[in-house]
Design a protein around this ligand. Structure first.
Ligand SMILES: [Zn+2]
Length: 425
């Protein structure tokens, strides 16, 4: 069904131009956005009507790097022995949690994440998933939950040798199976858990399906130390030698500990780096220094939350000590994901994906000061309506595609099971 947004103030996401208009939206991944449609045509189509008077309508948001698998970790008991650093925290917390996942706990994690993404204004999610004891079918479980919520997605399984060759093989098989019928990426955990054989197999798989890699790169210094000790070269040089930098549209998350030669390699490639500011601060691994990396930097949430406006604000404020980004630079990173998706031909982020923001500031807002409002005023609490592929999925801050109470109750029930399962690992 088509949707007509009446009395809209539309803000173009690239030019930041403001326009008073009505907008007709066609449903579907190829659906169009038509400004001030012909009245006779509207009468014939009989679209659903949504009055947007008083709100700002703009392109909805998209998340460059997320982890559905960590959704049920909130409030979980801390490990009995405090982790001594980043690698130890993976072992004591995250690798115990992802080993404890089964298809039901994955589904609960995916439904809750999808709901939070939608309520915070995102209609497209790029996720990086791990569940070593429930690999087969895990991506389809997440995809089905996102489809139910009405969100578009680009998923991958994080293939790794950390649990042995057999599990790595399962990750490759799950990726091969999923990519044969869905759009997605070839996921790898990180250099320090991926041996040469698995790396080459993953690159070959990405080539087979004409996709890129999605991998954590130099998140902590340890990733570089390990690569130098075991392979005699830095992480980017190792990935480049394996052919990973020339694949179509790879996503490298973090990229904090890179030297000049690695920055130059990134700048000369089509790789998109994802900055996850709050995760980096929380893990105390350092902060992105974008110098010499080129401009292909987007923002993610790294499973910390599903609020891209929050990620943008943190990137701006914490970034003042690292390259001093201005509001325009952060907005460009916030919106880079749309360029990435369009350039690489991924579906589900077309012009009929919109958010209406109930944002009424105490001062004038227009093209010349929009970026200042974006950083200092606009927040997810202003997300009023969300439209995904022309379909209204959030109306007046309520999700229409899922039962909020049911999804939350299911998540709570599954969290108890997940935390109990973690005791085994
Ligand atoms: Zn991550």
């Amino acid at each position: 069904m088509a949707l007509l947004l009446k009395n809209t103030t539309y803000v173009h996401w690239q030019s930041l131009e403001f326009k008073s208009c009505d907008i007709l939206l066609e449903e579907g991944v190829a659906g169009r956005m038509i400004f001030d449609p012909d009245e006779a045509a509207v009468a014939e189509i009989q679209p659903e009507i949504l009055d947007c008077k008083g709100s700002l309508v703009m392109k909805s948001f998209a998340i460059g790097h997320h982890h559905v698998y960590s959704a049920l970790s909130r409030g979980m008991p801390a490990p009995s022995v405090k982790p001594s650093g980043f690698a130890d925290m993976l072992k004591k917390v995250w690798w115990r949690l992802d080993k404890a996942l089964d298809q039901d706990t994955i589904r609960a994690s995916a439904l809750f994440t999808a709901m939070e993404c939608a309520l915070n204004g995102s209609t497209f999610v790029i996720d990086h998933h791990a569940s070593p004891n429930a690999v087969a079918g895990s991506l389809e479980t997440i995809a089905a939950a996102f489809d139910e919520a009405g969100l578009s997605h680009l998923l991958c399984y994080e293939i790794s040798d950390r649990d042995g060759k057999e599990t790595a093989q399962k990750g490759l098989a799950e990726t091969d199976d999923y990519l044969s019928h869905r759009q997605g990426l070839t996921g790898l955990h990180a250099s320090f858990t991926v041996g040469d054989e698995t790396l080459l197999n993953a690159v070959a798989l990405a080539k087979k399906h004409n996709t890129g890699l999605h991998v954590h790169i130099a998140e902590d210094r340890f990733d570089q130390q390990d690569s130098m000790e075991r392979y005699g070269m830095r992480v980017l040089h190792r990935f480049s030698a394996a052919g990973a930098l020339s694949l179509k549209g790879s996503i490298f998350a973090h990229g904090i500990h890179l030297d000049e030669s690695e920055r130059q390699m990134l700048a000369a490639s089509t790789v998109c780096v994802v900055q996850n500011p709050e995760s980096n601060l929380k893990n105390n691994v350092g902060f992105l220094n974008p110098e010499g990396m080129g401009t292909d930097i987007m923002l993610g949430t790294d499973g910390m939350h599903s609020d891209m406006l929050r990620s943008a604000k943190t990137a701006f404020f914490a970034g003042q000590g690292y390259g001093h980004p201005d509001a325009g630079t952060i907005y460009t990173r916030f919106r880079k994901v749309h360029h990435y998706l369009e350039t690489n031909g991924y579906k589900g982020d077309g012009e009929n994906n919109l958010v209406a923001m109930d944002y009424n500031p105490p001062t004038v807002i227009g093209p010349s000061n929009f970026l200042s409002h974006f950083i200092f005023g606009m927040g997810s609490k202003h997300v009023l309506h969300v439209i995904s592929n022309g379909k209204l999925i959030v109306r007046d801050r309520h999700i229409l595609t899922l039962d909020r109470h049911e999804v939350t109750a299911f998540a709570r029930e599954m969290a108890v099971r997940l935390w109990k399962n973690m005791e085994k690992f």
